[in-house]
Design a protein around this ligand. Structure first.
Ligand code: AMP
Ligand code: MN
Ligand code: MN
Ligand code: MN
Length: 284
């Protein structure tokens, strides 16, 4: 493993809001030339044993993973954890608590959509969710495409279920401190996911990185599907400024919906330390 390892350390299965099983993802990662893989379902480690077994079956080195929803500065930030013991009690309990409010939130989202004339959205979204504890906005987006309200899921996130739009329900997720400690307490490395996506002011972003680091966070996604070349440069600089290692992950959800397929990102730039240098002993 080195800087030119084709690592893909961020993607989603049917255990959260992806459309492929852990087994199908392992096969797709292998076929696409991935050399180190992690499944990082939202607020869930329920797919880890399947992913690990499937990776082993196709000869693909594997790191355990999860993507934890956090509320920071009034917005939602995602923290990826890699290399944790998926049975660590504080991690298991923390993720269960984080998932806990999703059902009520989904009911509230459906009630708000009903106010603009969209009926049956709760049942419609749940139908797409394999995991009843993990009804996500992505499942609502699929329902709104199915019913012809929007042409694709990107249009849904422009017109509905985001801040200020119908169907958006503010939600309080985990704290940054808890999420980082659940990950590090279970032997993993915490990583700020896709920082280029957040609507944070420069001061808020600085506070995010500073507090993350103070809690024991160690990495940042530099190469990810949501980033462009300007983000690659900016977060490479942040690696040096904050003393963080760099991660790389497509954030693949679905062959139909995702722009970036497993294993298809540019490599990490040469002047960062890859997160897998910290995780050599955690690779399965
Ligand atoms: P939730 O955790 O239920 O709030 O859902 C968040 C998920 O919605 C993210 O993980 C993405 O999969 C999806 N999502 C959020 N914003 C967008 C967007 N603009 N376009 C497509 N998918 C999005
Ligand atoms: Mn998602
Ligand atoms: Mn995310
Ligand atoms: Mn993700």
């Amino acid at each position: 493993m080195n800087i030119l390892t084709n690592a893909d350390l961020h993607c989603h299965s049917v255990v959260s809001d992806g459309t492929l099983t852990p087994e199908a993802l392992a096969q797709r990662a292998k076929d696409n030339g991935v050399e180190l893989w992690a499944l990082t379902d939202h607020d869930e480690i329920g797919g880890q044993q399947r992913a690990m077994a499937a990776a082993r079956a196709v000869g693909l080195p594997y790191l355990t993973g999860a993507e934890i929803s956090v509320t920071f500065a009034g917005t939602t930030v995602h923290i990826v954890g890699l290399g944790m013991d998926p049975e660590h009690p504080a991690l298991v309990a923390g993720l269960r608590a984080t998932r806990g409010g999703r059902e009520q939130r989904a009911r509230d989202m459906a009630a708000d959509l009903a106010r603009v004339g969209i009926q049956g959205a709760y049942e419609g979204a749940v139908k797409y969710a394999d995991n009843p504890e993990l009804v996500s906005r992505t499942h609502f987006a699929r329902f709104l495409v199915e019913t012809g309200v929007c042409r694709d899921t990107s249009e849904v996130f422009r017109r509905y279920i985001t801040e200020g739009k119908p169907g958006f329900v503010p939600h309080r997720w985990a704290s940054l401190s808890d999420a980082v400690h659940w990950i590090t307490g279970a032997g993993g490395v915490a990583i700020i996911a896709h920082p280029g996506r957040y609507k944070l002011t420069a001061n808020e972003e600085y506070a995010l990185f500073t507090e993350f680091k103070a809690h024991g966070g160690q990495g940042v996604e530099v190469m990810t599907g949501a980033h462009g070349p300007a983000d690659y440069l900016k977060y490479t600089d942040y690696c040096r400024e904050f003393g963080l290692v760099a991660s790389r992950g497509s954030d693949f959800h679905s062959p139909e919906e995702s722009h970036t397929d497993l294993g298809k990102l540019p490599y990490l730039p040469g002047n960062v330390t890859p997160v897998w240098e910290l995780l050599a002993s955690r690779i399965h």
